[in-house]
Design a protein around this ligand. Structure first.
Ligand code: G3H
Ligand code: 13P
Ligand code: ZN
Length: 321
């Protein structure tokens, strides 16, 4: 099975009322944890790399790790560039074996976003690669750059048809209240439940519904869709970490989005928490250990369990490979 694009995956996901998980990968153990879970559950996968991942692990290593995962699992896997900042970055991934790229022009004005996205679409489509674009802007951390809450803005549904028609994109990321990172909402945006855990405001499903009405059968993407599992935050905090008031998107809302027009759900922060919780706990319990295979394996096991849970209970894509 070679790398695939997301075209067929999204068509089936849209019709079936489920979503594909797009998991960020940065090293071998992250790739293994994700793909071992997907293999056991026969789930299609998108593995995505940010500019930061390409800088950290190098492009060729990432491509070969993902190819090894395909050989190992036999699963349909798409390799996607996450948040491509410019044409050159997208081109380098298209030329370098990726099957999908995101051009993120969300910080440009509408007209400029269309022009720049269109340029990427033309090159990508000529090479058999699909393109995701973004309208509206999420808050949070992206590639170490913080987009403040006051700079973020929801997607305007009135713009989506013109954007998709003029650019020719294959999928569209929209802003409906998610944000990047492990601190998605400030305490004053939330209420607290009886255990003192922050409860965030609901996503703007009205915007998603309106976008879906204007773009029938068109795959929508949700960025910033980690749920920040509190069990991992607790383990981190109990084992020398300090992550007060980390909070994510409630999983029931992600499940609802997956049953609607959302076909791709981006998860990175939850993988980081899973890995960090595993390693911190391991160090605390085994202060004498110094072999990375011992402690990184615990992070990888946490990632596998997390991804299995996402596939079954949030995305609903088990058995769909
Ligand atoms: O959307 C951003 C992703 O979480 C990637 O993060 O740029 O730190 O690799 P990164
Ligand atoms: P999280 O920070 O919520 O995991 O979002 C990841 C993401 O959107 C990658 O593009
Ligand atoms: Zn993102």
């Amino acid at each position: 099975m070679p790398l695939v694009t997301t075209k067929e995956m999204f068509k089936k996901a849209y019709e079936g009322g489920y979503a594909i998980g797009a998991f960020n990968v940065n090293n071998m153990e992250i790739v293994q944890g994700i793909t071992e879970a997907a293999k056991e559950l026969n789930a299609p996968l998108i593995l995505q790399c940010s500019a930061g991942a390409r800088k950290y692990a190098k492009h060729e290593y990432l491509v070969h790790l993902v190819q090894a995962a395909i050989e190992d699992t036999g699963l349909p896997i798409a390799l996607h560039l996450d948040h491509g900042a410019d044409f050159e970055t997208c081109k380098s991934c298209i030329d370098g074996g990726f099957t999908s790229v995101m051009f993120d022009g969300s910080h440009y004005d509408f007209k400029e976003n269309i022009e720049k996205t269109k340029q990427v679409v033309e090159y990508a489509h000529a090479h058999g690669v699909v393109v995701e674009a973004e309208l509206g802007q999420l808050a949070g951390i992206e590639d170490d750059v913080k987009v403040a809450a006051h700079e973020a803005h929801y997607t305007d549904p009135a713009e989506v048809e013109e954007f998709v028609t003029k650019t020719g994109v294959d999928s569209l990321a929209i802003a409906i209240g998610t944000s990047h990172g492990a601190y998605k909402f400030t305490p004053d945006q939330c209420t607290r439940n009886e255990d003192g855990i922050l409860v965030p405001p609901p996503l703007r499903f009205d915007i998603l519904e309106e976008v879906a009405k204007r773009l029938p059968n068109f795959p929508i993407v949700l960025h910033g869709a980690s749920s920040v599992p509190q069990e991992f935050v607790k383990i981190i905090n109990e084992n020398g970490g300090h992550m007060p008031d980390a909070v994510g998107v409630p999983e029931d809302q992600l499940r609802k989005a997956a049953s609607m027009a959302v076909c791709k759900i981006n998860i990175d922060s939850d993988l980081r928490l899973a890995m960090t919780a595993g390693i911190r706990k391991h160090f605390n319990e085994h202060p004498d250990h110094f072999d990375p295979r011992q402690y990184v394996a615990d992070g990888r096991a946490n990632i596998k369990a997390l991804v299995a849970h996402k596939i079954k209970d949030v995305l609903g894509c088990n058995g769909k490979a």
